[in-house]
Design a protein. Structure first.
Length: 319
């Protein structure tokens, strides 16, 4: 006759089973971004969105709007892919019984987070960038980069990221599209929350890329003279400004101790991207930002406000 296990033993067994599931979910987590990339490329989120507020569509209804050769096979594959997104709270899912005692059908709708994956102002281009082969190939060299101190991107592609961008127009467009969409989302929120552009006569955007962020600022503050400094040889010739100037930084701030919040995870994830892709690039803690500001001669450092999880900081030459 089997004896009942004591409660403490049962709890330990349940905890171990949960830990095993957690470990396997980590080991298989790459499938989420691979699926999300394909769903973005197929415009599935757009298809559901265009069906109207609160719409839930079956995989067959979605497949009917794709240029597929076999809608039945496509619907089956979509169902399995969309289930992954629903498991991760990116989509919602409801069940419907088909007529005449048929099987249960899954219907998929947009979860709240999808507002940030609906074109034209969305993080879809960021997913496409980070899941692009140029970026994913880089990660295979991270171990070697750690051992010898070189950048993973340079190991993968033989040159720095920005050198590579000048040689590959396809990837350059993917990169610029991602930066532009990201800037649009975050700059809109920054302009809602931050009034530090009031009274400025000249604004220099260092590393401004295609100028998307600067254009949005000038649109709201048309009296500002905007200068987009992006290329290193242009930055070298940046003029000196008077003692009333300030540096405005909009960036993530790493917490001193690791946290499990979404904002802390984003900051840490971006820090690893900087580690892999950019020589010397990094995210910083608040203390590191303050040390950076004062180390280059600014007297004052202030975290002024937030733009989503980004922090807007000011480096002031004079208090």
């Amino acid at each position: 006759m089997a004896l009942n296990a004591p409660p403490s033993h049962q709890n330990n067994m349940m905890e171990k089973e949960e830990l095993c599931s957690f470990a396997l979910s980590i080991a298989t987590s790459s499938s989420l971004l691979i699926v999300l990339k394909a769903i973005i490329e197929l415009d599935v989120i757009g298809i559901i969105n265009r069906a109207g507020p609160g719409a839930h569509l079956s995989p067959a209804q979605i497949a009917a709007q794709l240029p597929t050769k076999d809608s039945g096979a496509t619907a089956s594959m979509l169902d399995r892919m969309l289930r992954v997104l629903a498991n991760n709270s990116i989509l919602s899912c409801s069940l419907r019984a088909l007529p005449t005692d048929g099987p249960i059908e899954r219907l998929y709708g947009l979860a709240p987070v999808c507002q940030f994956f609906i074109k034209p102002e969305d993080f879809g281009p960021m997913v496409l960038l980070l899941q692009d082969k140029i970026c994913t190939d880089t990660w295979h060299h991270l171990k070697d980069a750690v051992l010898d101190g070189d950048s993973a991107f340079k190991k993968a592609h033989g040159m720095t990221l920005f050198e590579y961008l000048a040689t590959d127009m396809r990837f350059s467009k993917v990169f610029n599209d991602a930066m532009s969409s990201y800037s649009t989302i975050t700059m809109k929120k920054m302009l809602e929350n931050y009034n530090g552009f009031d009274g400025l006569s000249t604004l220099v955007d260092i590393g401004g890329g295609t100028g998307q962020a600067l254009n949005m600022i000038i649109a709201k503050y048309p009296t500002i003279r905007g200068i987009n400094f992006d290329l290193p040889h242009v930055i070298k010739d940046t003029p000196k400004y008077d003692d009333h100037g300030k540096v405005i930084v909009c960036d993530y701030i790493l917490p001193m101790a690791p946290e499990t919040s979404h904002s802390a995870r984003v900051a840490s994830n971006l820090d690893i991207c900087m580690l892999a892709y950019c020589d010397g690039g990094k995210e910083r803690t608040e203390q590191e930002f303050e040390a950076l500001a004062k180390g280059i001669g600014f007297e004052s450092f202030t975290v002024v406000c937030s733009a989503y999880d980004l922090k807007v900081m000011e480096f002031l030459k004079k208090n």
